[in-house]
Write a protein that binds this ligand. Structure first.
Ligand SMILES: [Zn+2]
Length: 313
């Protein structure tokens, strides 16, 4: 029933029709989530961790912990906690976010699954939170680069950058590193583009001694004692000097920007990190079967909360 997804012969995609067959009703969605989140067969209490739990007759909270005596469901202790939205709609939202390379607008999700646009937006922010599991550091070679996204109102004290970067003070900066060995990326929205911030990010995600490629930005030059560093000088028209290029991370930026232009119209600076997480997270699982991508996103929901009030504060 699964078919080969376009472009990647080795990964299995799922059509919308197949998705509706896999998840015909709420019970099927619940069974799937429980199988993913409680994969070991244990059903730990999401509040106290006790394994002494049993089924209960409570309709919305079908399990109970004998130790803390509280009821719970598969949503408890995840970003879905407190959400009255059926699990089946969460499945569809996760599916759409996993399979839409440029992201899904809240307007589209609202129309596709029949929730208000406000609810759709809140669901997506919570799924982005689930995407935000950063792995460890890379062995390299890595490409590091910064980019600027959007026409965002930035802090007034960023005048300096607008001089350096030709009047981009209303845009928000993002730094990223891509590992050539694994093809994985890490990316972060940054308040400041000073050298310490940029180098700190490289150190956080790159093993000491690794080969680092960057553009000619002087901020990366001091890394030369700690890393094997090579820079490509865009300014002299030499885009690819042997291996010294940043084409990999730049293609990730172009996807992030196409999402920004085509789908979201504007990223609010406050939420930019969650959008960056979504794009990096989706990039990092892009070669996996769709159902595996959905499982990874679902597992990323565990242990996180995101309240509507804190989003709009
Ligand atoms: Zn408990």
């Amino acid at each position: 029933m699964a078919h080969n997804a376009p472009g990647k012969a080795h990964r299995k995609g799922i059509t919308l029709l197949e998705l509706s067959e896999l998840f015909p009703d709420e019970a099927a969605a619940r069974t799937w989530f429980e199988g993913i989140l409680w994969a070991t067969g244990d059903r730990p209490c999401p509040r106290c961790g006790s394994l002494d739990t049993h089924e209960a007759s409570h309709k919305k909270m079908p399990y109970r912990c004998r130790d803390c005596r509280k009821y719970f469901s598969v949503k408890t202790g995840t970003v879905m906690e407190g959400s009255p939205i059926p699990l089946r709609k969460w499945v569809y939202a996760i599916y759409l976010d996993a399979t839409s390379l440029k992201g899904v607008s809240s307007m589209k999700l609202h129309r596709e699954i029949g929730v208000t646009q406000k609810t759709a937006w809140f669901m997506q922010q919570r799924i982005r939170e689930a995407f935000g599991n950063h792995g460890g550091s890379f062995g390299g070679p890595v490409e590091v680069d910064e980019t600027y996204v959007g026409g965002l109102e930035k802090n007034k004290h960023e005048h300096k950058r607008s001089h350096e970067r030709g009047g981009l003070s209303t845009k928000a900066a993002v730094i990223g590193v891509k590992d050539r060995e694994t093809g994985q990326v890490r990316a972060r929205a940054i308040e400041s583009t000073d050298g310490e911030t940029l180098r700190g990010f490289v150190r956080e995600y790159t093993a000491p001694g690794a080969q680092v490629y960057s553009d000619g930005h002087g901020a990366y030059t001091p890394l030369e004692g700690e890393y094997k560093h090579a820079a490509v000088q865009h300014s002299v028209g030499t885009y690819v000097v042997e291996q010294a290029h940043t084409n990999g991370i730049e293609s990730f930026w172009s996807m992030l920007k196409r999402g920004y232009m085509g789908t979201f119209h504007h990223f609010s600076a406050k939420h930019l990190q969650r959008y960056v997480n979504e794009f990096a997270g989706r990039h990092n699982i892009r070669d996996l079967d769709t159902i595996t991508q959905m499982a990874i996103i679902s597992r990323g929901m565990v242990g996180k909360r995101l309240q509507y009030a804190e989003l709009v504060a």
